[in-house]
Design a protein around this ligand. Structure first.
Ligand code: F0G
Length: 458
């Protein structure tokens, strides 16, 4: 039996969840047009759609919220958050934002000009979209191992430094306003980067005079992977490792809904004072006054406390233990996933489980619908529903390399028995996978169609 360290908390408040009957599940998914995004949350038993803003706050965080200072300018809450940021990430300036994509929007508005390129290992889709919205071109330069689901590379989120240098030479430094990297690499399976790689990325960007920004949504999970896997870091604390990571960069964007364990919030931090002036002006226009961003004072307090809690070692051991446990349990049924398991999620290879369903009939969608029918579990298709598109020149459909279903674990929310329930339900589905059928669209908008599309079973 795989094991992980017991939950380092006990439960003080509970939110009842209910398993709808099989008849109710059938009706609910049909009414949702076979799109789990359109289900009512109350009809779901275990919701693994995302780890974003869905975690449980601690009693320290709730207590801190009661001390929220709602002054429009200069609130005490702001200064408490500033103290945590100086201590943990160490950048000279910061602004709070309502969530991660707002920080990306402001950074792009201030720095990206039409025709500019922004390299990264892999941009998350909101970062990609914010760069494009300013006429920029995002580029993904992750190592090739990231595309082989069975490759056991310990740092599959690493950027390919050779590719990065060639890219900068090809497009020209004058066309790159800044470089980025995402830790951990959500778009590539929640995989971490090594400190050695982060250092090499920084040296490369700085060698060309380019500022370096980290997408730090899951920085604490990345820090703990470094502690577990990279020689020389076993005796360092996650906080020391995080500080070293940030010391190589010039700034960061962050969705605090992940590794600050809050329900809403984001950050944009940086060292460059003249950029900071412009960031503040843009923030005032889009989000709010610089000492509250798009948030209430109490949200800033919850974030200040959460930033520390996500770095606690027993929490991180349990956190990363949960994804490896779920992955090990699913393997007992022969279910294939992206290896090794990510920090916040596992990514089931639905194409492998359902080889009889062609990509045009959405194997990932078939598995996520069946997970709901089989046990009221919600995951997220990351495959052809999300990414297949016609080639602009030939009109031929272009399909993604992998048909995945992501199971993202909210922080401190589900217990080991929930994970066993998920593993047993999906394991059972995998044993009768041959009976599953594909889907076709009934309705699909042109952009971001996975959110609102409706389907019909084939
Ligand atoms: N960067 C990364 C790496 C992310 O995973 C996300 C969000 C964002 C930025 C945007 O942050 O949602 O606060 O605006 N990821 C969520 C997910 C939505 O489910 O993976 P946001």
């Amino acid at each position: 039996m795989p094991q992980y360290s017991p939950e380092p908390f006990r439960i003080k408040v509970v939110e009842p969840i209910r398993l709808p009957s099989s008849k109710e599940r059938k009706a609910a998914i049909e009414a949702a047009g076979y799109n789990p995004f359109s289900l009512k949350a109350q009809d779901i038993f275990v919701d693994l759609l995302t780890d974003s803003g869905t975690g449980a706050m601690s009693h320290h965080q709730w207590a801190a919220m009661m001390q929220g200072d709602e002054s429009y300018a200069g609130a005490r809450s702001y200064y408490r958050l500033a103290e945590a940021i100086t201590d943990i990430v160490g950048f000279r300036f910061f602004v709070p934002t309502h969530q991660g994509r707002a920080a990306e929007n402001i950074l792009s508005a201030v720095l990206v000009k039409p025709g500019n390129y922004v390299p990264s290992n892999m941009h998350f889709d909101t970062t990609d979209a914010n760069i494009r919205a300013r006429g920029g071109k995002p580029a993904n330069l992750v190592i090739d191992e990231a595309f082989d689901p069975q490759d056991q590379h310990p740092f599959k989120g690493n950027m390919d430094i050779v590719k990065l240098k060639a890219f900068i030479e090809r497009v020209g430094v004058e066309n790159i306003p800044f470089g980025m990297v995402t830790v951990t690499n959500n778009a590539g399976g929640g995989q971490p980067l090594s400190m050695e790689n982060i250092r090499a990325i920084a040296e490369t960007y700085h060698g060309y005079g380019l500022p370096f920004y980290i997408d730090a949504a899951r920085y604490a999970e990345n820090a703990y992977f470094i502690k577990l896997r990279e020689p020389g870091y076993a005796h360092k604390s996650p906080k020391e490792i995080a500080r070293e990571m940030f010391s190589y960069a010039d700034g960061m964007t962050m969705s605090a809904k992940k590794d600050a364990i809050v329900n809403i919030g984001g950050l944009l931090c940086l060292n460059d004072e003249s950029v900071f002036q412009r960031v503040k002006n843009e923030l005032i226009l889009r989000e709010g006054f610089p000492t509250y961003g798009g948030l209430a004072g109490r949200d800033l307090d919850a974030m200040a406390v959460g930033l520390y809690e996500a770095l606690e070692e027993d929490y991180l051991a349990y956190r990363l233990g949960q994804t490896s446990y779920l992955s090990a349990r699913l393997k007992e049924f022969g279910v294939q996933m992206i290896e090794p398991p990510g920090g916040h999620a596992i990514y089931i290879d639905a194409g492998h489980m359902l080889p009889h369903i062609p990509q045009a009939e959405f194997p990932g969608q078939a598995l996520s619908v069946e997970m709901y029918l089989g046990g009221a579990i919600r995951g997220c298709e990351i495959g052809s529903v999300m990414f297949a598109h016609p080639d602009p020149d030939s009109g031929q459909m272009v399909y993604p390399k992998l048909e995945l279903v992501r199971l993202a674990l909210p922080r401190r929310t589900y217990t080991q028995s929930h994970l066993d329930y998920v593993a047993d339900t999906i394991g059972e589905i995998s044993q009768r996978a041959k009976q599953l059928r594909g889907f076709k669209f009934n309705y699909a908008p042109e952009l971001l169609r996975h959110f609102t599309a409706r389907f019909e079973p084939l």
